[in-house]
Design a protein around this ligand. Structure first.
Ligand SMILES: CC(C)(COP(=O)(O)OP(=O)(O)OC[C@H]1O[C@@H](n2cnc3c(N)ncnc32)[C@H](O)[C@@H]1OP(=O)(O)O)[C@@H](O)C(=O)NCCC(=O)NCCS
Length: 140
């Protein structure tokens, strides 16, 4: 992912999240050197992920599949590629946060070996208030 990709990324993001990352959020992630990767197919943007590495661990900050490409296996493939890339970066654990209301995300993560290790209270903005985050992790 590079700056020139951000208009397309933000267009996808705006369709699939109620509280999407802004173009500035993605730009900051790129400036910070986070590992951001796109998936394209036949010239279309299928999805993307943003991952951050720390000593011995990796943190998945954003994993997204465009609405019209969902439920075709791309999300699982992209997550498996994250596991591979995190291992290559010498991480022993991959962490992520997910909304408890995100049925699709939780099913994907549990089906890929992640388990819930904690809760961050009021972590996300939500309509009419805040929503907790489940912290999930998977050994690599
Ligand atoms: C979550 C997301 C990445 C899944 O990507 P996807 O390409 O649609 O998922 P896949 O086709 O690879 O499916 C993998 C598994 O995810 C789960 N899943 C995906 N969509 C689902 C849905 N709508 N309802 C329930 N489970 C779902 C299933 O367990 C599925 O396995 P199965 O097909 O064997 O049942 C995608 O729905 C998405 O981008 N959603 C919006 C953004 C988001 O919530 N990202 C995660 C934030 S933490």
């Amino acid at each position: 992912m590079a700056d020139r990709d951000l208009p397309a990324v933000v267009a996808v993001e705006g369709r699939i999240y109620e509280f999407p990352w802004t173009e500035g959020n993605f730009r900051d992630a790129l400036r910070s050197g986070y590992d951001a990767v796109l998936v394209e197919f036949g010239g279309s943007l299928v999805g993307y992920r943003v991952m951050m590495y720390g000593p011995g661990e990796a943190h998945l900050l954003n994993l997204s599949i465009a609405a019209e490409w969902q439920r075709r296996g791309f999300g699982r493939q992209l997550l498996l590629a994250c596991l591979h890339d995190a291992r290559q970066a010498d991480a022993q654990t991959l962490f992520l946060e997910v909304r408890p209301s995100n049925v699709a995300g939780i099913a994907l993560y549990e089906g890929t070996g992640f388990s819930r290790i904690g809760v961050r209270r009021g972590y996300y903005p939500a309509v009419g208030g805040r929503e907790d985050a489940w912290v999930m992790s998977r050994p690599l």
